[in-house]
Design a protein around this ligand. Structure first.
Ligand SMILES: Cc1cc2nc3c(=O)[nH]c(=O)nc-3n(C[C@H](O)[C@H](O)[C@H](O)COP(=O)(O)OP(=O)(O)OC[C@H]3O[C@@H](n4cnc5c(N)ncnc54)[C@H](O)[C@@H]3O)c2cc1C
Length: 532
């Protein structure tokens, strides 16, 4: 067993899914990582139950998706039931844009376990259970940390960066005196995770009933999660008694005590930390933002933080960018995280309005929207869920793009592609974990290979040619044939350009052969390095 070192590159406090994902991404970049977890073992109680397509793509980037996906259920959409119990709106699974279904239902302890085991792939990245971060102080070139290890022994640990993924009550955030801004929901909720559920339909069901609104979400292992709000006159602990759960679920299913995986009461919060970074100490996941679960976005937001932060830390630690790049972490992530909190609150208001006049309004709106299916689908299928598109950050000429279909600032669609004489695969399987260049015109191959050989010292840039006719991949260029679908159109908008993809799958820049020098100089400026 590896013992807790005295020094490492990055210490991550909190082995929840966000900390472990970040550790795996950094591990892949050969960065030294220590994950501290105060609990003796991984948390074995489910909380998050739905990952979105972006979240699954981040798990794919850790290289662990093939272990994870077989244990999940691809969601097939959502259905909304009105006062009389009949469905008033239905949303299908939607098109696949980033390589995965828009909803994937999973068992969080399983994901945590896969991520923790994933660290065994790296000698320099380890998780230490029963090790609590007690104190820390930033010094000139890093952070000194005091850890309470098994047997209550104190251990000093030095790192270059400390990341607080220590959850909603983050000790790190509190020690830094960073306030959470936002609101705590005044009412509590009962969450019941069940097994042996007769309802195997992989559809999330929202029962928008005036008296007893509730949500039923598919879960792996023939299970479902039920969530319902506690009414002011109800007593939380009483609602958790078996006969009350049975009575509450009686219109949906019959249940035995052994079918209850877990039942608990939760207070939901909609809050965001007033800042996410103090010098070499950063917050991510629930430590930085708390999202009510109505839109299933809390963990997904945290995974976006991890993916955003990992490559920035990695290239800074490799000396390929200056620490100033870390300014773009909160700059990019704050607004989208806030937007997800607002989305979740809006979803809560649609499904579970509290006041009588809001219920009336919702019901009238539903009736009215029935006459306008497109508008109805827009609302119920969460098409207002913000698309992965940064409005500021580490991008070249983000607000001066030459055409409206430019992908700069956006997440790259994940196309299906194939190599010569090989079966179809997802694009990311070829992109690797570092930067990548995509070209679609053979005349740009020479330019692209020059960039990939000369831009960084240590960080790899892969060159991918996507187009016809297929030719054999070389050491420098991977040749992929696109499988024709609607996503290809988005990429084709850049057909006479080189596209620079960041490791978190966002498009950093796009440029023609002529503009290459200028665009790369601007990207070097963003990284605040003179580069090679
Ligand atoms: C009922 C419910 C349903 C939800 N459903 C969804 C959903 O469907 N989809 C979704 O995306 N999100 C959902 N969420 C939100 C999701 O569960 C959280 O956003 C996610 O678990 C946060 O992960 P994290 O890694 O940031 O923090 P956590 O999972 O809370 O991990 C923090 C870890 O830090 C450790 N720690 C704390 N202090 C210290 C210390 N001093 N030293 C060492 N270790 C420490 C803790 O022990 C813990 O293991 C739901 C949440 C709830 C409550």
């Amino acid at each position: 067993m590896t013992s807790l070192p005295q020094e490492t590159d990055v210490v991550i406090s909190g082995a929840g899914p966000v900390g472990l994902t970040l550790a795996n991404l950094l591990g892949q970049s050969a960065i030294g990582v220590v994950v501290l977890e105060k609990n003796k073992r991984p948390f074995d109680i489910p909380r998050a139950i739905t990952l979105d397509d972006e979240g699954c793509r981040t798990i794919q980037a850790t290289g662990l998706h093939k272990k994870f996906l077989p244990s999940t259920i691809p969601g097939k959409g959502a259905r909304y039931y009105g006062e009389d119990g009949s469905p008033f709106a239905e949303v299908g699974p939607g098109p696949i844009e980033f390589g995965f279904p828009r909803r994937t239902h999973f068992f969080q302890p399983k994901l945590d376990q896969i991520l923790a085991n994933g660290l065994k792939r790296f000698q320099q990245a380890n998780v230490f259970y029963n090790c609590k971060l007690i104190d820390f102080s930033e010094i000139d070139n890093g952070v000194e940390i005091e850890v309470c290890t098994p047997g209550n022994k104190s251990h000093s640990l030095f790192c270059k960066y400390l990341i607080g993924t220590d959850g909603a009550k983050s000790d790190i955030r509190q020690k830094l005196n960073i306030k959470m801004i936002g609101e705590t929901y005044p009412e509590d909720w009962v969450i019941v995770d069940t097994s042996n559920d007769p309802d195997h339909e992989p559809v999330s069901k929202f029962y928008c009933r005036r008296d007893r609104p509730y949500v039923s979400i598919p879960a792996p292992n023939k299970g479902r999660r039920y969530e319902y709000r506690i009414q002011p006159e109800e007593e939380a602990q009483k609602l958790l008694e078996f006969q009350n759960i049975r009575e509450r679920l009686s219109s949906t299913r019959t249940i035995n005590p052994e079918d209850i995986v877990r039942s608990t009461v939760y207070t939901f919060e909609a809050k965001i930390a007033e800042k996410w970074r103090v010098g070499k100490i950063l917050l991510a996941g629930d430590a930085a933002h708390l999202t009510p679960p109505f839109a299933g976005q809390g963990l997904n937001s945290g995974l976006r933080d991890a993916h955003n932060l990992a490559w920035k830390l990695a290239i800074i630690l490799k000396g390929e960018a200056s620490e100033k790049l870390l300014d773009t972490y909160e700059l990019e992530r704050r607004e989208p995280a806030k937007a997800m909190i607002e989305l979740a609150m809006a979803m809560g208001d649609i499904v579970m309005p509290k006041k009588e006049q809001d219920i009336e309004f919702r019901n009238k709106l539903v009736e009215w929207l029935d006459r306008f299916p497109a508008a109805r689908d827009y609302i119920v299928s969460m098409k207002f869920k913000p698309s992965p598109h940064y409005k500021k950050g580490a991008f070249v000429d983000l607000h001066h793009q030459q055409f409206s279909g430019s992908l700069v600032g956006q997440m790259l669609p994940q196309l299906a592609v194939k190599q010569l004489n090989s079966p179809e695969q997802q694009l990311d399987n070829f992109l690797g974990n570092d930067f990548a260049l995509i070209i679609q015109d053979k005349h740009l191959i020479e330019n692209a290979t020059k960039v990939s050989k000369s831009f960084f010292y240590k960080t790899q840039i892969k060159t991918i040619f996507i187009g016809q006719p297929p030719f054999k991949s070389s050491d420098y260029v991977t040749n992929l044939v696109p499988i024709a679908d609607s996503l290809l159109k988005k990429l084709r908008a850049h057909r006479d350009q080189i596209i620079l993809i960041r490791p978190d799958r966002y498009v950093a820049a796009s440029f023609s052969g002529e503009n290459q020098k200028g665009a790369l100089a601007k990207f070097k400026e963003i990284l605040n390095t003179r580069g090679k």
